[in-house]
Design a protein around this ligand. Structure first.
Ligand code: AQP
Length: 335
């Protein structure tokens, strides 16, 4: 059966190791191991970025940076469509219609809203509350069958599925029910300064996050300063929720090894030597991506043509879905 795979990253800051090892790398593997009949659609979800305050000039820069990182990390534009969400108005159009279909009670269960609104306090907007509905529109516009995401986004994909089911039940079959695709290889990377929290663009402590465009010196410094467990060397009985476990995950995902292999290789190293190994692996993983990133940014015409093609593809596809939805919901004029 033909699969349609859709996913995206918010250009809401600097992309980091969690975005690469938990999302973009698994996308690249899926594209490269997939048969030709499948469609891959990777979006730069800039409308989502405004769920927290943004500097407009910086956001425009981050949109291009994120697009170039997708390509530099190995997304092959001959096999996948890459586009900017805000360039296709069907996303926000369908989101409004889904606002009118989704029970309020479903939204109050979204755990990410609880975490993120706690960080925002009084600055919390309705957009932050509502953004899983926009995400449902992103996914359902394309008859997406699979959504490769990190574990933290599973609840939102399940919400998209519930919205599709409710819409189909109310108005007749319109949307495909998507599945979250969370592979074993989707590493969940934690903050280097607080392993109880995921590594995140909006982390306040810059030492907590390794950004994909950090220099080798910055990477070494951040990993050297990462929190560890209470001992002095890596032990087989490391705390599974602690800093050593996180560094082992980072090492494994950066080298393409399993965590068991990483543990076998690195157990009994003193923390200092262990961190050097982890930093070396991360620098080696990021170097070719950074080199390719610079090439792409120096050839703006290449990047623009890929984003233009992606936009045209997405508008062509989503436009048909919107026509079906309008007819089923009875909005607009006939014909
Ligand atoms: N720490 C992480 N480990 C593994 N996967 C991660 N992802 C994000 N952080 C980690 C995955 O990256 C994809 C894109 O995420 P996003 O940028 O759209 O939203 P997010 O999950 O809210 O990412 P951030 O970095 O934490 O951003 P802020 O701080 O702005 O909220 C998703 O597939 C996600 O699972």
């Amino acid at each position: 059966m033909k699969r349609i795979i859709f996913s995206g990253v918010q250009p809401s800051g600097n992309l980091h190791l969690g975005n690469l090892l938990g999302a973009i790398n698994p996308w690249v593997n899926l594209v490269n191991t997939s048969s030709n009949e499948n469609d891959f659609i990777f979006c730069i979800v800039d409308l989502h970025a405004h769920t927290v305050p943004q500097d407009p000039k910086l956001l425009r820069e981050k949109i291009l940076e994120t697009s170039a990182i997708y390509l530099a990390a190995g997304i092959d534009p001959k096999k996948a469509h890459v586009f900017i969400q805000s360039e296709n108005h069907d996303h926000s159009y369908l989101a409004w219609l889904f606002d009118c279909v989704t029970p309020y009670g479903w939204m109050t269960r979204m755990t990410q809203f609880k975490d993120k609104s706690a960080k925002q306090a009084e600055g919390t907007t309705v957009g932050l509350f509502n953004y899983p509905i926009l995400m449902a529109a992103d996914i359902l516009l394309y008859d997406t069958t699979h959504v490769p995401v990190g574990e933290d986004q599973k609840q939102h994909v399940e919400l998209a599925r519930d919205i599709a089911e409710k819409f189909n039940h109310t108005y007749g079959d319109t949307f495909v029910l998507p599945e979250p695709q969370i592979g074993k290889e989707n590493a969940r990377i934690k903050s280097l300064q607080n392993p109880a929290k995921k590594m995140s663009k909006s982390e306040n402590d810059p030492l907590g996050t390794v950004n994909l465009l950090d220099t080798p010196d910055e990477i070494v410094k951040k990993i050297k300063r990462a929190v560890t467990d209470s001992g002095t060397q890596v032990e087989t009985g490391y705390d599974p929720e602690g800093g050593i476990s996180n560094l082992l995950d980072i090492y494994a995902a950066s080298t393409g090894k399993t965590k068991t292999e990483a543990v076998g290789e690195l157990t009994w190293l003193q923390y200092g030597a262990f961190k050097e190994k982890v930093a070396e692996a991360v620098v080696a993983k990021l170097k070719p991506i950074q080199d390719r990133y610079r090439e792409i940014r120096n050839d703006e015409g290449y990047l623009m043509s890929i984003l233009d093609d992606g936009r045209d593809f997405s508008i062509g596809k989503s436009g048909k879905k919107i026509e079906q939805v309008k007819e089923k919901m009875g909005i607009g004029r006939v014909g």
